[in-house]
Unconditional design. Sequence first.
Length: 471
Amino acid sequence: MDNNYDLILVGSSFASSFFLLEYLRRFGPDRRVLVLEWGRRRSHQENIESRRHSDFDFEDIAHNPHPTKQWVSNIVFGGNSNCWWACTPRMLPSDFELNSKYGVGVDWPIGYDDLEPFYAKAEQIMSVSGPDDGSPFPRSTPYPQPPHRFSEPDRVLKQANPDTFFVMPTARARVATKNRPACCATSTCHLCPIDAKFTVQNELAWLYEDPRVELRLNAKVTHLELAAGVAKGVHYEKDGRTHRVAGDLIGLCANALMNPSILLRSGVSHPWVGGGLSEQVSNSAKIYLDNLDAFQGSTSLTGHGYMLYDGMHRRERAACLIEFSNKPVLRPEFGRWRQILPVKLIYEDLPKLEHKIDIDSGDGKPRTIFGRHSDYTQRAIDENRQLLARAVSALPVESIEYEGQVSRTEAHILGTARMGTDPSTSVVDPGLTMHSHRNVLVLGGSAFPTCAPANPTLTICALSLRAASML
């Protein structure tokens, strides 16, 4: 056994880094922290030159036997912060009380007000750019950065829908920070050519240089050593050898694919460990415009439409968030190249217990078991073919062309160790500590009890800050 640590974190992405930031702020110089990261550290230049973020393909780390469904998991220092699109909306207050308000899904064990100050803090850390003329959710502070510039169609929609249409909140810099230039609006955000979006690498790597922190790269955690309701140690592989380390507190921050895999290999048996695998569902459309040009905005995604998001319709069909793209998709008509507006409709889904992660008995890799999205979501998809036209009726619309199929992925793995107050129906408590093992936290998207349309990353970061503040 190596020396004992006060805290062991598994992973180095959003959940781990934001938890570590608050942990180091709260505790003194005598603390010892170990971070175990399966991947290595890749520079931004290397990612750009190789056109990839990780040395691993998904097939290297997990089995996904569903050809129509894709999951995204990057094994590398900084995790999915390297490839995310940096969209940072908050969830709405109603998203936390889906069952009590609309009779579907479940309520979160915490409310919007519990998370609001941590949302604000996460936005400050990321230097989020957001609207200065209102917000779809209550706010205690203004956004740290000014809003990105609208396109002309965005301006028309904002004028017609002042309470349901906003500039998208984003961690793609509107103005340069100390470490990042302003967004160049080339719409290649998964591999930002100028490093303008927030990543762990460009803004929080200093955490891992703190003298209290030891970072071990290329360290693949296999399982926890559990006994009598306590985690005694963490087992990992590095350089062809197996190792064991002990820690007083252990945080699993390895995303909603790897967290349940580690718990299952540790002998944890609970229906919601691995159960409830989910993410948002999306489809796309192109709006053909009459004598109105698009693509004047200052970033890749500019407008955020809440016209189909909240309301009593959620008793019957899913909420939908509309993203309005500033990524040029030229119309194949001479002189009308820019008279087109691409949009994406993002729907919530209802997690199902039978959609899950389990462990392959042959090679020990996690395996995804997933059927299709819920009927609740499909009803919204079907209905919104008509409702989208109404939502954008302020525009001079000639026609709307829908994609035939839903997207293969939204790149947000959620819900495989959900939070709640009842140990029989949840894995972690409202502070993200396991009901069954009180020195183990499960951070990140694993803890989400529901799957709201809003991009989950900001909520993941806020939950990590809150969890560390409760120690």
